[in-house]
Design a binder for this molecule. Structure first.
Ligand code: NDP
Length: 249
């Protein structure tokens, strides 16, 4: 146990992949987990899975690319659960194209979901966290935000941007007992990476010293650690969980 009994957590993008795994893991540690994403049917399945394992969860339809939806969703979550003490900004999309082919809408869509969404949701939930004088904000960045990746200028900008947000906000809220950290996953097998073809996957594999793709559970373990009481002296940190793909320190 990580001492999360009685804590309230919110995970965005909890309907599948890494977000789902983080929600299951936080609930297994005793947190009540608010599950947010657009697909309500999938959220209900995750909620049922958590409850079947004896955990507590509630589902909230929320589109992080839509400011009105964020405001309404944050209000609904606070009304129902009272507070959010652990916020995992995980929702993310890709729209990969080489720069010369990238349309402004590809740029804007990825920024709105991955970066502006995390900013607006954090802002909407920060006041009660500041009042509580305890909080954990965990932003899901990417190895791509550290190294760059051809075909992903939009995505890499958001993932590097989240690292800047993490370190700046960590300084703003440290005095109130709130830590802000990022997790930077490497190549993780989820629906997001299932679109890569065999050649792309094989090429990726040659860059991973540990010789395997990561799992959503690998990321969930890191998130549970950063949410834990024991991580209370860690802030402004970027935790690489990438099998050694990038060893940047
Ligand atoms: P998936 O595509 O499997 O899941 C993405 C999740 O984000 C879904 O639950 C989706 O739910 C949600 N989402 C997307 N857009 C929105 C939106 N506008 N509003 C609310 N929720 C939204 O991706 P992964 O699980 O692989 O990725 C999760 C995070 O981890 C992302 O931020 C990704 O960038 C990052 N990451 C992933 C890596 C990997 O190798 N898989 C590597 C590095 C980082 P719904 O469609 O129901 O709204």
């Amino acid at each position: 146990m990580s001492g999360l009994q009685g804590r309230v957590a919110l995970v965005t993008g909890a309907s599948q992949g890494i977000g789902r795994a983080c929600a299951l893991a936080l609930a297994a540690e005793g947190a009540t987990v608010a599950l947010a994403a657009r697909n309500e049917a999938k959220l209900s399945e995750v909620q049922a899975e958590i409850e079947a394992a004896g955990g507590k969860a509630a589902a909230f339809a929320l589109d992080v690319a839509d400011e009105a939806s964020i405001k309404a969703g944050a209000k609904a979550i606070l009304d129902q659960l009272g507070t959010v003490e652990i916020l995992v900004n995980n929702a993310g999309i890709t729209r990969d194209k080489l720069v010369m082919q990238m349309k402004r809408e590809d740029w804007e869509a990825v920024l709105a979901t991955n970066l502006t969404g995390a900013f607006l949701l954090t802002q909407a939930l920060l006041r009660p966290m500041l009042k509580n004088r305890w909080g954990r904000i965990i932003n899901i960045s990417s190895v791509v935000g550290r190294t760059g990746q051809a075909g992903q200028v939009n995505y890499a900008a958001t993932k590097a941007g989240l690292i800047g947000v993490t370190r700046s906000l960590a300084r703003e809220v440290a005095a109130r007992g709130i830590t802000v950290n990022a997790v930077a996953p490497g190549y993780i097998e989820t629906p997001m990476t299932a679109v890569l073809n065999e050649a792309q996957t094989a090429a990726m594999m040659t860059t991973i010293p540990l010789g395997r793709a990561g799992t959503d559970a690998d990321i969930a373990h890191a998130v549970v650690y950063l949410a834990s009481e024991g991580a209370g002296y860690v802030t402004g940190h970027v935790l690489d969980v990438n099998g050694g793909m990038f060893m940047g320190g």
